[in-house]
Design a protein around this ligand. Sequence first.
Ligand SMILES: [Zn+2]
Length: 168
Amino acid sequence: MSAKIKKYAGHPLKSAEIREGKVPTARWRPKAKYMWSAGVAMSRFLNELKNGRIIATRCNKCGRIMVPPRVFCEQCFKPTDNWTYVKDTGTINTYSASFIAGDASRIKEPIIVAIIDLDGASPGMGIQHKIGEINWKEVKFDMKVKAVWKPPEERKGAITDIKYFKPV
Ligand SMILES: [Zn+2]
């Protein structure tokens, strides 16, 4: 049998008590660093970018070619069957012009971010990337674009190995 505690010692701390040093405190800044595995499909995708190629996976049941690749078809509930390359050209599915930079400052020339349906991939398998070498007012839906790659020696196995997509 356990005794019920009716009243606990002390009282709930208020932030003012901590701020004003009325209670003992200890402060330290932990050296927290994080790292995780990109997984089988994304690791291969990133390594292929280093080689200037875009790889996808195919599900033989539904026939979908998925990019970025995945090891599992979420429509058929089964593992994907093959690896296959898709082209570095595609079509702008949708886009947005951002007048806010990464540091939240206003910019005159917007960053154009688009969802690009890559040639060779199934419909709805767009990758997100920037659009360059065009005035933002001239960007259109369904515009054909092509990847502009960094030189091979500058590639790191990252999506930024493609600098942006430009109109063709
Ligand atoms: Zn499938």
